[in-house]
Design a binder for this molecule. Structure first.
Ligand code: C2E
Ligand code: CA
Ligand code: CA
Length: 635
């Protein structure tokens, strides 16, 4: 349930946006009231009403979320809104006193109308909408009658009917705004939950642990940060013996025991039979002592229904800052340590980079890369993007390749992160971009109207002078280019990111948020980014046909992207079923091995020739069935 402070903050924002309307409405109402009560009373009433409205506006103009409301301010807001309602209602009372029985009817209608209008329309509920539209509607419609009864010109009555129409428009607008806000917030909460939890056990997942780690790294540096991967031994036999359903219960029970040992942090599920946690220790030795304590918390058997089950754990440990960052992330290293421990039949293993493979051989990689750039040995592969509405290829993503003769072909996952670390990413990106500009022009000359997306590393996003370089390289082809920026990169320094993205957009270059869903952006922030495209991370797309969780995530992302005015594209489409399902869910475009693998420019020409005006494949029966289930479970 949403907190009342959040609802109140929303009410305030909505009221701020309609201030002009409310004042206008009061002035128009004053015209009608003057006919029945005379100028003096009307002016006093109007001045009081305007004072309260303007006062409220000035006092709370800095409030936009629940966080801006202390309990004292909350009381003040409620008092101000009530005061406004009372003053507006006062005109009803005046009418009742001065205009006889008709006025009495009007008074009660004004009262109920204003109260519900102010307090309930913002809740976004349909009954509240009707309740707040009908009473003032009736009141204003009856206006000509009492204008007539009071012997005043009938025109006053028509003025009030006009005011009533304005009122309805305002009410409808606030109502629909509130609905959109409420919907977006609800979906965002749901998606945050999905991204942070394991659906089977309800435990937090790896992403949640990574967030923990980031927070811990930011807070304290006097001790070392250690991540433990705790693997349940003999898990295949265990699950075979107790069944899948009880196994999820068993995982929860193990997590509960561990939580007793580790009350200050959370226990997450890393994979089917692996839990994980992060903690701080003075030394690796102390970390091993902690690990042993986790193991002994399972000395007593677990009780699951009728069953008493003995469970034991093997633990892999990895520490931050041991110089292994180039090898893998700390969670991966803990996983590797767990494998290493099992392979050596140890109960606790600490990550050992020598066993894993010494990264020292990679130290010369960067200088080799710079030489390769100069020697023209790098290459760009293009992966087609299929527009799901027209069924045609409308764009490609440029992906760098290094056909290294000495080491064998190297994938970008190996050298791009290192180029980022060492600052050489700028040279690499400039090279890819220059290449892409030439190739785009060649495509254009051959009659293919294809836009090209280039990946922009987070490091470069924050360098303002780099934007000048990029725009100079792209030159006149700006509206044929898109820059893909990962959501995590954009979140690192939102202000700088926003500034350079704004510059790209202003020059006509499109901007895509890459790997969306993997980094847990807050939508509240994302919607401020000047991005045109949202790319759903392939982790959610690869299994979309089999995993309900993934398909729900994809569906929510599509809806959200659309509600923020972005084009949504899914990457990692490997099957026909996945493609048809995405089309059914309303996704705008798709990219993946099923459509086409990344390929050299020459092959791309062939590929485009072979698929001239390719129509969409018809949705297969299986994908229709999956989509049907999705609709039913989500409605
Ligand atoms: P990315 O931007 O998320 O690129 C998509 C990656 O997914 C590519 O891997 C692509 O080959 C792969 N992929 C495409 N379709 C499928 C599919 O259907 N199934 C599966 N399993 N994978 C698919 P690649 O080329 O290895 O690139 C890896 C990452 O390297 C890219 O991820 C991007 O972050 C980075 N990268 C590549 N080229 C550049 C570049 O020029 N500059 C920068 N800064 N980064 C680059
Ligand atoms: Ca990309
Ligand atoms: Ca991606």
């Amino acid at each position: 349930m949403e907190s009342s402070a959040a609802a109140l903050a929303r009410v305030l924002v909505a009221r701020r946006e309609q201030l002009g309307f409310r004042i206008g409405l009061a002035v128009v109402s004053a015209g009608g009231s003057q006919a029945l009560t005379g100028w003096r009373i009307t002016l006093i009433w109007l001045a009081a009403y305007l004072a309260v409205q303007v006062g409220e506006h000035r006092a709370f103009r800095d409030v936009s979320t629940a966080a801006d409301l202390t309990p004292r301010r909350t009381r003040a807001v409620l008092a101000a809104i009530s005061a406004g309602t009372l003053v507006f209602g006062a005109i009803g009372l005046l009418l009742a006193t001065l205009a006889g029985p008709w006025g009495l009817v009007c008074a009660s209608l004004v009262w109920s109308g204003t109260i519900m209008n102010g307090a309930m329309v913002n809740s976004g509920s349909r009954p509240a909408l009707i309740a707040s539209i009908v009473p003032p509607g009736l009141y204003f419609l009856s206006a000509p009658l009492f204008a007539h009864a009071a012997g005043e010109p009938i025109i006053y009555g028509f003025v009030m009917i006009f005011a009533s129409a304005l009122n309805m428009v305002v009410v409808l607008k606030i109502w629909s705004m509130s609905r959109t806000l409420i919907d977006t917030e609800r979906r965002e909460r749901h998606m945050t939950y999905l991204t942070l939890h394991d659906p089977e056990s309800g435990l937090p997942n790896r992403t949640a642990l990574e967030q923990d780690i980031a927070a811990m790294l930011a807070s304290d540096s006097s001790t070392i940060l250690v991540v433990a991967a705790l693997g349940i031994d003999r898990f295949t036999q265990l699950r075979g013996a107790i069944g899948y359903e009880l196994f999820a219960g068993l995982i929860r029970e193990v997590a509960r025991r561990l939580a007793e040992q580790h009350p200050e942090g959370q226990i997450v599920r890393l994979s089917t039979a692996e839990l994980g946690l992060a903690f701080r220790a003075r030394s690796l030795q102390q970390a091993c002592t902690h690990a042993a304590a986790f193991q002994s918390s399972l000395n007593a058997p677990l009780h699951l229904g009728e069953n008493r089950i003995d469970v034991s754990l093997t633990v892999g440990l990895a520490s931050h800052g041991a110089g292994h960052e180039l090898v893998a992330s700390i969670v991966e290293r803990a996983n590797i340590a767990l494998d290493q421990a099992r392979a050596s039949r140890l109960r606790i293993g600490v990550f050992d980079s020598d066993v894993y493979g010494n990264p020292a051989s990679n130290l010369s990689l960067m200088s080799e890369m710079l030489l390769a750039i100069d020697a023209g040995e790098l290459a760009v592969a293009y992966q087609p993007k299929l527009d799901l509405r027209s069924g045609t290829i409308t764009g490609v993503e440029a992906l760098v390749r290094w056909p290294n003769h000495r080491r064998g072909p190297l994938g970008p996952d190996l050298f791009v992160p290192m180029a980022e670390e060492t600052g050489h990413i700028q040279a690499l990106t400039e090279w890819v971009l220059t290449r892409a500009v030439d190739d785009q022009a060649a495509l254009q000359r051959a009659g293919h109207d294809i836009s090209v997306s280039v990946n922009l590393s987070g490091r470069l996003l924050h360098e303002q002078h780099f934007a000048d370089k990029v725009l100079a390289i792209i030159g006149g082809a700006a509206n044929r280019f898109c820059l893909e920026v990962t959501e995590t990169a954009a979140m690192e320094n939102p202000e700088l990111a926003m500034r350079s993205l704004g510059r790209y957009r202003a020059a006509g270059v499109s901007v895509a948020i890459d790997d969306y869903g993997s980094g847990l952006s807050s939508l509240a922030y994302l919607k401020n980014l000047p991005a045109t495209e949202l790319k759903i991370d392939k982790a959610f797309v690869l299994d979309i046909a089999d995993s309900q969780r993934d398909s729900m995530m994809v569906r929510s992302t599509i809806d959200l992207g659309h509600s923020l005015g972005m084009r949504v594209i899914a990457e990692g489409v490997e099957t026909e079923t996945a493609l048809s399902l995405l089309a059914l869910l309303g996704c705008d475009a798709a990219q993946g091995y099923f459509i086409g693998r990344p390929m050299p420019l020459g092959d791309l020409f062939e590929f485009l020739k072979r698929r001239p005006e390719q129509g969409m494949q018809p949705a297969s029966a299986s994908s229709l069935a999956v989509a049907g289930t999705l609709r039913r479970t989500q409605s």
